[in-house]
Design a protein around this ligand. Sequence first.
Ligand code: DGL
Length: 269
Amino acid sequence: MDARPIGVFDSGFGGLTVVRALMDLVPQERLVYLGDTGRYPYGPRPLEEVRAFALQIAKYLVGEHGVKLLVVACNTAAAAALDELVAAVDVPVVGVIEPGVRAMLRVTETGRVGVIGTVGTIGSGAYQRSVGQACERGGTTAELVCAACPGFVEFVERGDLGSDQVHVLAERLLAPLRESEVDTLLLGCTHYPFLARTIADVMGPEVVLVSSAEETAFEVRSVLGRLDMSSPGPGGQQFSSSGDVEWFRALGARLLGMEIARVEPVDWD
Ligand code: DGL
């Protein structure tokens, strides 16, 4: 048993999709969430810069909060820095890319699959590599179509989850995926599940949307079990943000569907 909290981080609100899944699956765990809203979006930044941010946050969560496990609830950070994070901290690190790929390959029937993510994530080739490795391991094949969706994250961060503007942008960005007739679409950015209704409207009912949040929570549960690190409880959540904490409290509560009493400010200077 290990009562220390689990650290979860993202560039902003996206990682709350993973927090929600963790609250459902491992409710006895204490979660410390950091949304780096002062420096979002990560997607358009060079991968080296995102790597530096991710390492700084990991050290902060381990050093200041004594977390027992780190969840990189941001595809861009995982694409840029997962191996470096594993090497840099002495606690287990769980990312979102492999769990998402696993879930997607389980769901597809035709083997024609799509992944959408930030410019950084898609440009890094992390999904292309991960799908290739998973197919090799499983002795299967898949035809992968990737598309970057610049602008989606900004809509979520503003709290705009379903306006005409976001719909028009989705029509444009998702057109190549519609044309390639994928049967499964992985939301390879943790912000995107908040736009699921718009994305589903555009892709049509025959395409199954997959989020990595639930599969990542399963992975966390399995790591905790394997290492005998589950918490005896009680569970709880603590939130912090490097940006506007009042905005984080208000929009975070709306996105999570629960009251957030307090958001701790984090100052990187
Ligand atoms: N939620 C982050 C991800 O999964 C968004 C990155 C961003 O801030 O652009 O990639």
